[in-house]
Design a protein around this ligand. Structure first.
Ligand SMILES: [Zn+2]
Length: 346
């Protein structure tokens, strides 16, 4: 039950966000302003119009809207503004560390220079870190529907941008018809270049997509991974290997990946010992925030302060930051949540 004390704990506890898309976290007002500035026609003219667009019946519709909206973001300085606003919003929610995904092909296919986009985002995040202490790092989430060949250029840019805080390599986009296996080589190269490996898998496609991501790609973190629930042997393997599932409950409801809260497998995954974390995915597109996702984890799945702390520590341990920084982050979260729980009696 979400008591006032537990709610206060959720608001004040230090958090880690591992699954959030830069383009999916843009404030609707910023989206409209950027579109206006850059002379881009959007399928919405005002805030009410944007709200109307954010109602999807399935993952395909969501992806179409997502791709139409990202066209508003054009210049490096747009990325800087976006990153700054998103970072401030995360900092206000006591997120002390976040890995924010950028969808490279959304920008490259419009003729944008990917390095300029990343450098812009890095500049915005650096400003957030100076002003609030919240650290945001970048992961590139390659759209699997573009196929493996074009990914090599993206990986080259990612390597060049490593000093700017690019720490992760991922595939996302449309899972249906685009299995992980053809990306094995590019993931091996990303691993050799010291990127943390993750993949969207088991969101709308079943266990075979998750098997592919962990076996062929060597992904140590999975975006969603919720369909793993359909394969008991896979669950055992996820636990044995310590694979982390970055779960985004509201996203799954909005895209129709899960039909209802009652059918969402988060609780079962957690009880089976799978390392799960709670994340917002595309907060603007799914009318949520990471704080709200923590609340919903209590109201829909019955988690308590102990569970929420455990999931936050799962996230802290699964970050792609250097090991010594990770240890410091975990110790900080542990100390702060312990003190807060004592103060609030939760
Ligand atoms: Zn995602």
């Amino acid at each position: 039950m979400l008591t006032p004390e537990l709610d206060e704990f959720i608001v004040r506890m230090p958090k880690v966000e591992l699954h959030i898309h830069l383009e999916g976290a843009i404030a609707p007002r910023t989206l409209l302003e950027l579109a206006h500035q850059n002379g881009i026609e959007l399928p919405a003219r005002d805030l009410a119009g944007v709200e109307q667009l954010f109602r999807y019946r399935n993952f395909g519709e969501f992806l179409t809207v997502f791709m139409a909206m990202t066209r508003a973001i054009v210049r490096g300085e747009d990325f800087a503004r976006l990153a700054y606003e998103i970072g401030l919003d995360l900092a206000a929610q006591q997120v002390c560390y976040a890995e924010v995904m950028i969808s490279p092909m959304q920008h490259i296919r419009r003729g944008m220079d990917l390095y300029e986009a990343i450098a812009g985002a890095a500049e915005g995040f650096a400003r957030v870190e100076r002003e609030t202490g919240t650290r945001c790092r970048i992961a590139l989430d390659y759209g699997r529907q573009y196929g493996p060949d074009l990914a090599w250029h993206v990986l080259d840019v990612a390597r060049k941008a490593q000093p700017l805080g690019v720490v992760g390599w991922s595939i996302g986009g449309n899972e249906i018809g685009y299995p992980p296996e053809p990306f094995a080589e590019i993931f091996a190269a990303a691993r050799a270049a010291n990127f943390g490996l993750m993949a969207h898998a088991g969101e709308v496609v079943g266990p075979q997509s998750v098997w592919g991501a962990i076996e062929c790609l060597g992904a140590v973190r999975l975006g969603h991974g919720i369909r793993s629930i359909d394969d008991p042997h896979l669950l055992v393997e996820l636990v044995r290997r310590g694979v982390v599932l970055d779960v985004c409950p509201s996203s799954n409801l909005h895209t129709g990946a899960v039909a209802s809260w009652d059918e969402h497998p988060l609780r079962t995954l957690y009880d089976a010992g799978v390392l799960v974390t709670i994340n917002s995915d595309d907060p603007t597109f799914f009318h949520t925030t990471i704080t709200e996702e923590y609340r919903r984890a209590v109201t829909h799945f019955g988690f308590n302060a102990n569970d929420l702390t455990a999931m936050t520590l799962n996230a802290a341990r699964a970050t792609f930051m250097p090991p010594d920084e990770r240890t410091t982050l975990c110790a900080r979260i542990d100390a702060e949540t312990t003190a807060l729980r004592r103060e609030l009696g939760v």
